[in-house]
Design a protein around this ligand. Structure first.
Ligand code: M6R
Length: 606
């Protein structure tokens, strides 16, 4: 969703900010804007804004738009339509203050009414403009104090960057619930809401905490609380280099990210396996053996693909550690006043670590005294910081809106957690070893699946004419079917339904006809015959079937054969060809693969 970039130094700022905005495009947005301290005698702030893409903004920049300090923004509309007026930065009445803002100001309507009563005229419908006026009207002397004054009136979430024409030597930033990362350069400083916009310039970053502010000058930065007390924050090195955020030789990020999965899984396993005790070490878990033995339930919370990964994870934990476990959409959980049990271990799962619904669920759980672990991809993200401990999934940067390699690495990380909990409880050494051997086989087996891409492409083209598709699976295969169905619909816009195969007779069978193909997950496990019976039922209604199985299925029109691993780990492999199926279906339909319509990579609002 919204993105912030800022720069202060000696270089021409506009091209730098535009490049930063382009790196944030993947998050999803509908307008963009930029404000700079203009160089030259006249000085002052100059802005440019445009509805649409960053290239639109670029084409609108005035000829004279030089400066070495500036802020910029990509906006995903919440308060007010996506148009030029509502695009950030927003200015105060005198045009001295420019603000870019991620998040939502909950009491904006009330503040707007008060300011209007005081004679302020608003130029936009946004909540953010309120903040610009409040800063502009503050009587405090220093910019930091003006910003602090304004923030005292604000209820809601924000990551902000502020310019003031009377303080051309600085950018002031603040964070509450929406990420702000400082990039530390040589006699130049950067700021962004996402390291993706920083890594081509510096890998030295400082991530602000909620309630923290910072002043950036060209050769210096300092951090402090919104109350004004100094904080200490030493720069950390970003794990991935700039190239990891580029598309490389691929035509889309989705293809690149699907192709990276063998390496990504290898990374998730690296340094964690303990052959001596047939278990794994999860350094950041902060859960000792005694505490782990005391866990009576595991509740996993996530959204979308991460929720599906959590569903597979819950089954793994239940099977390997024999702890009752389930997954629930975080977006629902937080609204049903859930019973929070001290013996339950909560696990928040998220690629971005920013998803508002997950973060809000975590905060509610923490408020009630629960122990919450994070299973997160983005290091240092809000959810990673808010949780008591956790597992980084180490998938590397995922840019495509449609999650693929993160899903796989999340499920692998759940397998590690299940194995760890299992070996502390009743999982035998032999079973621990069996799972470890299975985990080690995964990268090579993923490579083998990816080598079958040409065949999957042909199948995708064959089924791409479907208006609707059914996905079925049983027990371990059911969340795989759900995730595959989500993948297909979000990237190809083909309607898809996912059902447990066991439920067909209870209703969905009515949909089966030649124009409604079914994708069936058919692992060679104890439910094989039951799954085959479902294929019979579909075939008897003239339904077309594409099976994903460990061996060719006679009743299916086509089978994608995947290598067999251990039954508990098979869901990891069975999801991968279906990512390729969704990708090639979307490609043959000419879809905007990396940025499907109406979707954003990080859903930072409700
Ligand atoms: O960053 P998160 O994992 O918390 O995101 C959760 C969902 O928004 C995300 O998985 C979404 O469903 C993706 N578009 C799936 O491809």
């Amino acid at each position: 969703m919204c993105g912030i970039v800022g720069y202060i130094g000696k270089r021409d700022v506009a091209p730098l900010l535009l490049e930063g905005l382009q790196r944030l495009e993947y998050r999803g947005y509908d307008s963009a804007g930029i404000a700079i301290h203009a160089s030259g005698k006249a000085g002052g702030l100059k802005t440019a804004k445009a509805k649409g893409r960053v290239r639109e903004l670029e084409s609108r920049l005035p000829k004279r738009f030089a400066g070495t300090t500036g802020i910029a923004h990509t906006r995903w509309a919440t308060h007010g339509a996506p148009n030029d007026e509502n695009a950030h930065p927003h200015m105060d009445a005198e045009g001295k203050v420019a603000v870019v803002h991620n998040g939502i100001i909950d009491n904006a309507a009330e503040l707007r009414a008060k300011l209007t009563a005081d004679g302020v005229e608003f130029a936009s419908e946004t909540d953010t403009e309120v903040l610009a006026h409040l800063i502009g009207r503050s009587q405090a002397e220093k910019l930091e104090e003006k910003v602090r004054d304004a923030l005292r009136h604000i209820e809601g979430t924000y990551g902000i960057a502020v310019l003031h024409s009377d303080f051309a030597d600085r950018i002031v930033v603040a964070r509450n619930g929406s990420p702000v990362v400082l990039g530390i350069g040589e006699k130049e400083m950067f700021v962004s809401s996402d390291v993706a916009a920083l890594v081509s310039h510096t890998r030295q970053v400082v991530t602000l905490d909620d309630g923290e502010m910072a002043t950036l000058k060209a050769d210096d930065y300092r951090t402090y609380t919104t109350e004004g007390s100094r904080t200490t924050s030493s720069p950390e090195t970003v794990e991935y280099a700039a190239e990891s955020y580029d598309m490389g030789a691929h035509d889309t990020y989705m293809h690149k990210e699907i192709s990276e999965q063998a390496d990504a899984v290898d990374r998730a396993l690296r340094g964690r396996i303990d052959d001596r005790f047939s278990t794994v070490h999860l350094g950041g878990l902060n859960l000792d053996a005694r505490e782990a033995r005391g866990v009576r339930r595991v509740k996993i919370l996530g959204c979308g693909t991460s929720y599906h990964a959590g569903q597979i994870g819950a089954q793994m934990i239940e099977e390997l550690a024999r702890i009752p476990s389930d997954a629930e959409p975080a977006s629902e959980f937080r609204y049903r006043n859930p019973v929070v049990d001290p013996d339950t271990l909560y696990v928040a799962v998220s690629q971005s670590g920013e998803t508002y619904d997950v973060l809000a669920a975590v905060q509610e759980l923490k408020r009630k005294g629960a122990r919450v672990l994070g299973l997160v991809n983005v290091v240092g993200s809000a959810i990673a910081r808010e949780t008591d401990g956790g597992i980084y999934v180490h998938a590397g940067p995922e840019v495509c809106v449609v999650s693929t390699k993160c899903f796989t690495n999340m499920v692998v990380s759940f397998a590690l957690l299940a194995l760890h909990l299992g070996r502390i409880r009743d999982l035998s050494v032999a079973d621990g070893k069996r799972i470890i051997d299975g985990l080690r086989r995964l990268p090579a087996q993923i490579t083998e699946i990816l080598e079958g891409e040409a065949e999957i492409k042909k199948l995708a083209e064959l089924y791409a004419d479907a208006k609707s598709m059914m996905f079925i699976g049983r027990v371990r295969g059911y969340p795989v079917a759900r995730e595959a169905s989500l993948k297909l619909k979000e990237v190809s816009y083909i309607h898809a339904e996912a059902y447990p195969a066991s439920e067909l007779k209870h209703g969905p069978l009515a949909l089966i006809e030649p124009a409604m193909p079914t994708v069936a997950i058919v692992p060679d496990d104890d439910l094989l015959e039951k799954n085959r019976a479902a294929l019979e039922e579909i075939k008897a209604r003239s339904g077309r079937i594409l099976a994903v199985a460990h061996a060719v299925q006679q009743k299916a029109d086509h089978t994608i054969v995947v290598p067999k691993n251990e039954p508990e780990l098979d869901p990891i492999l069975m999801g991968i060809p279906l990512q390729l199926l969704a990708y090639h279906t979307a490609l043959s339909l000419g879809r905007d693969i990396d940025k499907p319509r109406n979707l954003a990579k990080s859903v930072t609002v409700e």
